[in-house]
Design a binder for this molecule. Structure first.
Ligand code: ATP
Ligand code: MG
Length: 395
């Protein structure tokens, strides 16, 4: 009998023709997440198995952060489909457990076995009752659920069912560029896009000295949190100071944010296209602030052709905060360092910006040249799951 970690796919199983593409990617992502452990991975169209002599619990805890997985189990593989062989091993496994009530749930993908699943469950239940004293069957609320799957060449036995994250394996839907600020929303937006199989790169606009090194480190720390789900992240850091100062000096203040965001979109679209990213992703949510009214979003969005995906468009802030807590980005996001938007915030930002006026105001600054320079000089950090960036301890 061999102890492994078993993975079930869920929604992926519906990908009939290209399921192999999805499964190859899933295997690659699993191996990446476990790369410092001694593991091998086998799979077929229904199940994936992680073989390891290392800590199974550690494997499970990492795999619970991988998208494309419906359920995870610590599982025992018995190299036989003979009922007597299987029942002997099941008894051995149960001897180590303390319980008063149990239930057997059988699956039988091997249709050559004559008995039905229900008959097999009953028979196994009988063997267990005969061999272990003071226990009984409880089909509604058992202390132990014994899952048994009879396959073509072997049988799987497992107890606990651990819920996976669902979604698609990261990378199966291509790349997207996440506009990552230090706030609560954008890491959550990135997480949700990642869940649909999008491999993230990220872009951050900084304005030193108006924004601090701590603000940048916070973004790096958030990017690192996302690597648990996404794998390595390339973080593009754009120095936005000159553009922001030019806007501040030359443009009526009620339009500062609208124009600033149009510049961010333009730069993000160019970086995305250079990096083969098919979409931009950001944390905008309808109505949350003046720049996120429908008129504002339309005036900002008109400067780019690339699709802009806003996973949080229809989420309430409290629901966003719940996800941020679940994915462990919240505590970092609420650290009190200003990002470049908050410093240049006008008293009365326009709520319904006029597109024609946006374009007119933009002629007042040499923005194409400024954008060219900002992109030419931009910095790329490779953020890994494990190694910390030298500045992060300053947080
Ligand atoms: P967040 O909580 O994510 O900071 P927010 O509610 O503060 O969002 P805005 O500041 O208007 O909203 O920003 C909306 C979105 O624009 C952010 O979610 C993020 O995707 C992007 N964004 C804002 N500032 C930056 C920045 N400095 N660098 C990169 N992206 C940014
Ligand atoms: Mg913000």
């Amino acid at each position: 009998m061999k102890k492994v970690v078993l993975i079930k796919y869920g929604e992926l199983s519906t990908k009939k023709d290209n399921i192999n593409f999805f499964l190859t990617k899933l295997k690659e992502n699993v191996l990446y997440a476990l790369k410092d452990l001694d593991v091998t991975v086998d799979y077929d169209l229904g199940r994936m198995f992680i073989n390891t002599n290392d800590n199974h619990e550690e494997v499970v805890s990492r795999v619970t952060k991988i998208f494309g997985i419906h359920e995870i189990n610590i599982c025992y593989i018995i190299d036989s489909i003979d009922f007597d062989d299987v029942s002997k091993e099941v008894l051995k496994l149960l001897k180590d457990k303390e319980f008063k009530t149990f239930k057997i749930e059988t699956k039988r993908s091997n249709k050559k076995i004559n008995s039905t699943s229900i008959e097999l469950s009953r028979k196994m239940g009988g063997v267990i009752l005969k061999n272990i004293s003071d226990i009984k069957v409880d089909v509604n609320n058992p202390e132990i659920l014994v899952n048994i799957e009879y396959r073509n060449n072997n049988t799987l036995v497992y107890f606990e069912k651990i819920k996976g994250l669902g979604g698609y394996p990261v990378g199966t839907l291509g790349k997207g560029l996440l506009m990552l600020s230090g706030g609560i929303d954008s890491p959550v937006a990135g997480y949700l896009a990642c869940k649909r199989g999008v491999k993230l790169e990220a872009i951050y606009f900084e304005s030193p000295p108006h924004t601090s090194i701590e603000a940048k480190n916070k973004v790096i720390a958030l990017a690192r949190k996302l690597t648990s789900y996404n794998g390595e992240i390339n973080l593009h850091i754009i120095n936005f100071t000159e553009i922001q100062e030019a806007i501040y000096k030359n443009i009526p203040h009620e339009y500062l944010i609208t124009i600033m965001r149009r510049m961010m979109y333009r730069i993000s679209a160019i970086i995305a296209s250079n990096r083969n990213s098919k979409i931009l992703i950001n944390g905008e949510s309808i109505g949350q602030v003046a720049s996120q009214t429908l008129t504002s979003m339309s005036a900002i969005n008109e400067v780019v052709k690339i699709p802009v995906i806003r996973p949080l468009a229809c989420f309430d802030k409290l629901d966003i905060i719940d996800i941020a807590k679940n994915i462990d980005t919240y505590e970092t996001s609420i650290l009190p360092f200003e990002d470049c938007c908050t410093i240049f915030v006008p008293k009365h930002p326009v709520i319904n910006p006029d597109k024609k006026r946006c374009s007119e105001y933009e002629t007042l600054i040499p923005y194409e040249e400024l954008i060219y320079q900002a992109i030419k000089n931009h910095e790329i950090l490779k953020i890994n799951t494990k190694e910390k960036h030298e500045f992060e301890d300053l947080l």
